[in-house]
Design a protein around this ligand. Sequence first.
Ligand code: ZN
Length: 387
Amino acid sequence: MLFKDVMGDEALKRQLISMVKEHRISHALLFLAHEGAAGFALAVAFAQYISCQNRGEHDSCGVCSSCIKYEKLSHPDLHLLFPNSTSPQVKKDPDSEQFYTVFRDFAVKNHYFITLTDWLETIEGENKQPSINLRDTSNIMNWNSTRSYEGEYKIYILWMAERLHYAAAPRLLKTLEEPENKSLFILISESADTILPTILSRTQMIKIGKPDVALVIAKLTALFGITPSRARELAMSCDGNINNAIKLLQNNQSDNTMLVRFRKYWQSIHSFAQNKDRQEIDFQSACHAVDEVVKEGREYQKGFVRYLLRMVRLILLENSGAGLVKVSAAEQAVLNAFYGTLNVTNTTPIMQECNKALFHIERNGNTALILTDLYFKISGFLTGNRR
Ligand SMILES: [Zn+2]
């Protein structure tokens, strides 16, 4: 991956390049990037630049033997670690090594725009809690005790570092506390709050912002050769998460499944809240709306609650007359239908309940209970009577 092919912040790329030129590379960096931003791509471009045998002023050469290996993510001094779990292919004692080829193909196929949900679907591990585990951090210690093969540095990229298992953390911590010469750790995370403070304090944080609409349009046009107007339509609906735009494009949809599910779910809650007299009859419909989400995996459920939060926020902004929000035509139609359901009084508690639900789903709570509770809480706030 060359810097020129990474979507995003040119100033940040220059900052990384000058770290290498001025020999100021910190042994542990934390790339904090939203889902669908270029966190993984930027980490690989940075690693490639460090290892390139013929570095240019602004980018890797792209043609030396190191760059060729990096293009395939197969450089022997590059180690990728990522959340993993047992799967139909790896039935016990999983670690990143066993999924390495699958992960490499997954990253390249998805143009380095990777999400945990898609990764878990790929390895069919969606209903498990994946982690970077003790076997992974033991592997790091073993690799770290040997010399690099070809380049100056051994480079470890830990994608979704917030998924480091608590039992595995002490070994990583020890490695970060006593760094071997010429070992570089790049941790990539979507949420610094969920990384252990002891690990956080030993890394230099680099924030990667959400790409703006113009950047997403340029990237979609370059990757898929679509018209600027189609790219614009997709970019408007993805809220800076290019993965969502790519999914819409690949499914040839102008709407998306999350939006459809949201519309049904909100319609059901609204109807339940309105029809107090027939709530017994509507109870089945309520259970059905919840079951539709519960039957999906935990990662999807978190994605759904996050989408719920996004839509509630959009309704609030629309109601306030802010009129600054960029949404797709399909989302706008749904927002139009639900304007009247929220007001300044009920929005805040609904968002708080959504955040609480996310917190408990993340911590392995019973998702059927959590999502059922969330449904009835929201319904209570819509009628103004908390149940
Ligand atoms: Zn090169």
